[in-house]
Design a binder for this molecule. Structure first.
Ligand SMILES: Nc1ncnc2c1ncn2[C@@H]1O[C@H](COP(=O)(O)OP(=O)(O)O)[C@@H](O)[C@H]1O
Ligand SMILES: [Mg+2]
Length: 261
């Protein structure tokens, strides 16, 4: 089971948009996928047409240890969703020892036979919820916007991730991609070149272009594959998911080769 945490402390960079559309692409193309809302704002369910604010979800899983399988709602074929739940913000303040950081990891272990992929939609905070996401992740997926302020944020985020890896707080690969990309703007291209130069092995080949349909489909409660299947945005999100699938396939082959060697 691959667990993809969509992470960036910056709001509005497209974490939720990415979680929904990469999640649905994986479900359509590859296998059973679980979307998990770790943002107390709870926007994820709205993007798929569910609007039950009072329904419990990750709040009870993390605060009370309720089984995650009991909180899954089947939102599409091969696509389950666990909502944030009304009390998820309380988890940031909850008391407890170091094991508090591994609650999500343990919860997900119980559904490892059910899902091929899990996609975690993280909020902008970098507290206990983010720590849980990173401890549970096999992959940290970072959407960045094409301006210089995002660059300083990105450098800091990657440094934090490296530090967590070296302290063994998580064991994951990190991947960066551009969202809301505007290829005609020189600034966008310059920022892209800078990131490609510094993080070439971590930058995915696909960028998601700024596109009004992506905001529209969220409002309509649909993924881009339902709302405008033949749009450029749909093509790009499918390509982004393929980028990840290819990285995973390459990783598996390298592992096999090193086992033989
Ligand atoms: N590539 C894009 N083109 C146009 N609008 C986008 C794009 N990506 C995201 N948006 C819009 O930007 C806003 C913020 O995106 P969202 O996914 O909610 O970000 P985050 O979860 O990081 O806060 C939303 O209204 C969303 O529809
Ligand atoms: Mg969000």
């Amino acid at each position: 089971m691959r667990v993809v945490a969509v992470v960036n402390q910056k709001g509005g960079v497209g974490k939720t948009t990415t979680a929904v559309n990469v999640g649905h692409a994986l479900a359509l193309e590859s296998g059973p996928t679980l979307l998990v809302d770790l943002d107390p704002q709870g926007h994820l369910q709205h993007c798929l047409g569910r609007h039950d604010r009072n329904q419990s979800g990750m709040d009870r899983v993390l605060l009370d240890g309720d089984p995650i399988a009991d909180k899954v709602r089947e939102v599409r074929v091969d696509l389950g969703l666990v909502p944030a739940g009304p009390d998820l913000a309380d988890f940031e303040a909850a008391q407890g020892g170091a094991e508090r950081g591994y609650k999500l990891r343990h919860a997900l272990a119980s559904v490892a036979d059910t899902y091929e992929f899990v996609v975690l939609d993280c909020g902008p905070a970098s507290g206990m919820l983010a720590a849980n996401a990173i401890a549970a992740a096999s992959d940290v997926l970072v959407p960045v916007a094409g301006d210089y302020l995002s660059l300083t944020g990105l450098a800091r985020l990657l440094l934090t991730l490296r530090r967590m890896q070296s302290m063994h707080l998580g064991e994951f690969d990190e991947w960066v991609f551009f969202n809301r990309f505007t290829p005609r703007r020189r600034l966008s291209r310059e920022v892209y070149e800078t990131v490609a130069e510094h993080f070439s092995d971590r930058l995915l080949g696909t960028s998601i272009t700024e596109a009004a349909v992506l905001a529209e489909c969220a409002g309509a409660g649909k993924s881009i594959f339902e709302y405008r299947k033949s749009s450029r945005a749909a093509r790009e999100f499918r390509a982004l998911s393929d980028d990840l699938l290819n990285k995973w396939m390459m990783g598996n082959e390298q592992e096999k080769a090193s086992n033989v060697a």
